[in-house]
Each structure stands twice: as C-alpha cells, then as structure tokens.
Design a protein around this ligand. Structure first.
Ligand code: GDP
Length: 317
C-alpha cells in the first residue's frame, strides 16, 4: 500500500472507521474513498457491486458493522446477525470480483467460545459454545472471518482479519441502552457529578473482567497489519487472523472505580444484578501480533482521561 493507493474505508463514520481514516490521513495517504450509509447501503448487494465496479478500490478496511453493547445485542438479535452477514458477504464478494489487492476485516473478541482458555488465542475459534447474549453478532463475525479465509483458499485473495478487544475512544456510542460499558459508565458518572447524585448504578455484579483498547491503537494495528502481513504467503491451514488488545484486563467494579476517580465522583456505586453479566472474562492473547512487532501504546487510564477531556469540551448526549 503506498500513499497514492486507492483505499476504501467501509464504515468511516463509526468509531473504528473514523479512527482508521484519521490514522491514514496522518500518515499521508491521500486517495481515500468514503461513503456514508445513506450514500451506500452495504446491505444492498447491487449497490455494493456497482460501487466497487465504479470506484475500483485497491485496499479495503471493512470496519462497517452493526455494533452495540450487551443489552442491544441481546434485544436486537435478528438485526445484529442479518445486517452484519449482509455487509460482510456483499463487501468481501465484491472485493474478490473487482480484484481488490488486500482487504482487512474487523471482527470482535466475542467470536471466541464463552469458556475458552484465557487469554484467548486465535486457535480457540470454533472450539466451543458462544456467550448467548451476543451469539447472533458473534456468528455473523465468525462468518466474516470464514469468508476471508475461504476466498483466500479458493481464489488466492489477500484477505485478512483483525480481532479487536472492547474498544473505546472518539465517536463512541453513549446511548445508555445500546452502548458498551466504558462509554456508558463515563456518561453515568459525569452526569452524576453534574447533578450531585449520591449513587451510580452499574449493571451486573461487577465481577466480569474486560479488556479495553483505545481505538487509536486499534487503527494503528490495522494499518500495521495491512502493511506488514500477506495472507497469500501463509500456509493454507494457518488462519490469517490476529488478535488486537492491550494485553491486560480489569473487573467492571474496578473500571467503575477508575472512572469514578477520573470524573471526580464521590458517592457510592450500586450493582444491579438483574442486568446480565455476559461472559466472565474476555482477555485477548496478543502474542501473535506482538511477535510481528506491534503492541498497544495507550494505557487504560491515559485513554479514559483523554476521552473524558474531550467529553468536557464536546458532549454527544
Ligand atoms: P460485553 O463485553 O459484550 O459483555 O458488553 P458490554 O460492554 O455492554 O458489557 C460489559 C460488562 O459491563 C457486562 O458485565 C455488563 O453487565 C457490565 N456493565 C455495567 N454497567 C454497564 C452499563 O451501564 N452499560 C453496559 N453496556 N454494560 C454495563
């Protein structure tokens, strides 16, 4: 990929896609092709095919997806599987048909079995039952990984996958019903401080462990993989897939404490055990990516402070 290569970032309005665009622009890539969901409905096969035939992108970052937190995944189960399957099938097939040189598909750590050994290694894929709350989304993401692998093995396409851990950063979703835990807690604690509330309610028991990566680190990893690896030069039986994470996790209770400290909250934290905990732990083993020479550079506390400072200036809710 050189600075003039034509690069399509699918999902550039989302948290991951926008971070990839920021990173590409910062690195001097000048030929980006971008379409928002109104301009191009990625669930529409004909529209996607026409777009690829017209624009002929050379490189594709497939960051478009329907995403959400534990409650959204559990409630809108049909939407999560249908929309993600359609987006992946349409984009990956069009990338093959229109001879894209390389494609990077963004998955998720929830593709791994609920009780897979921790930290989660790439080879745990498809080794057991999934976490039920996000199974439809996870199965769609597993289908995306398989699509990349199948097109690589049948047609020699250079299609690779990256599995991010839980991400946070600019352009996150702060809708309390649909968001992930980190943005939800930032909003809850900031609101409590402003209103002088004495308590904040955190869902579940606080015991689940989660790993959080700043999306700027994720974007850097995506660019690194796009430049560094080639699926076509790997043995057919080796999956062209890399976990991307911070390498350490934190309990939801400790995350709430940390966000409480950063936001200056001095009240008490309540846990609502009627809300689901989800999978007990989801820590990525990032040694495969580390062996290639990449690791995260933004600590959790620095990353949250950065987001908090941005929210003090501009609040999306
Ligand atoms: P998950 O990683 O797929 O389980 O998705 P989430 O980020 O939505 O939830 C992670 C954990 O945080 C779960 O155990 C939730 O119950 C817990 N949690 C605590 N408070 C909240 C909250 O306000 N919103 C969300 N989404 N999760 C919360």
């Amino acid at each position: 990929m050189n600075k003039e290569s034509k690069i399509y970032v699918a999902g550039h309005k989302g948290m991951v896609g926008s971070a990839i665009v920021r990173k590409l622009e910062a690195e001097g890539y000048t030929n980006l092709v971008l379409r928002n969901s109104k301009e191009l409905d990625l669930r529409n096969q004909q529209a996607v095919d026409t777009f690829f035939a017209t624009e002929k992108p050379e490189y594709v970052f497939l960051a478009a997806a329907k995403v959400g937190g534990i409650q959204a995944n559990n409630t809108y189960r049909a939407d999560f599987i249908y929309e993600n399957l359609m987006i992946e099938a349409n984009v990956i097939h069009a990338a093959y048909q229109h001879k894209v040189q390389k494609l990077l598909f963004l998955g998720s750590s929830c593709i791994y079995p609920k009780l897979a050994p921790q930290p989660l290694k790439e080879e745990s894929l498809l080794s057991g039952y999934l976490e039920p709350t996000n199974q439809p989304y996870a199965i769609a993401k597993i289908a995306g990984i398989e699509l990349c692998d199948a097109y690589r093995r049948q047609y020699g396409c250079d299609f690779i996958s990256a599995m991010p851990t839980n991400l946070y950063g600019p352009n996150d979703n702060y809708d309390l019903e649909k968001s992930h835990v980190l943005p939800a807690l930032l909003r809850k604690f900031m609101t409590a401080v402003e209103n002088g509330d004495e308590s904040v309610t955190v869902w579940g028991r606080g015991t689940p462990l989660r790993e959080f990566l700043h999306v700027d680190d994720m974007a850097a990893a995506c660019l690194f993989l796009m430049q560094k690896v080639s699926a076509t030069s790997m043995p057919a039986n080796e999956l062209a897939m890399w976990n991307v994470g911070l390498g350490s996790d934190i309990s939801i209770a400790d995350l709430a404490q940390l966000i409480g400290t950063i936001t200056g909250f001095q009240g008490t934290i309540h846990f609502d055990a009627t809300k689901p905990d989800g999978t007990p732990r989801k820590l990525m083993d990032v040694s495969k990516l580390k062996a290639l020479g990449w690791q995260a550079s933004i600590s959790l506390e620095d990353g949250i402070r950065q987001v908090y400072n941005d929210l003090m200036i501009n609040r999306p809710w």
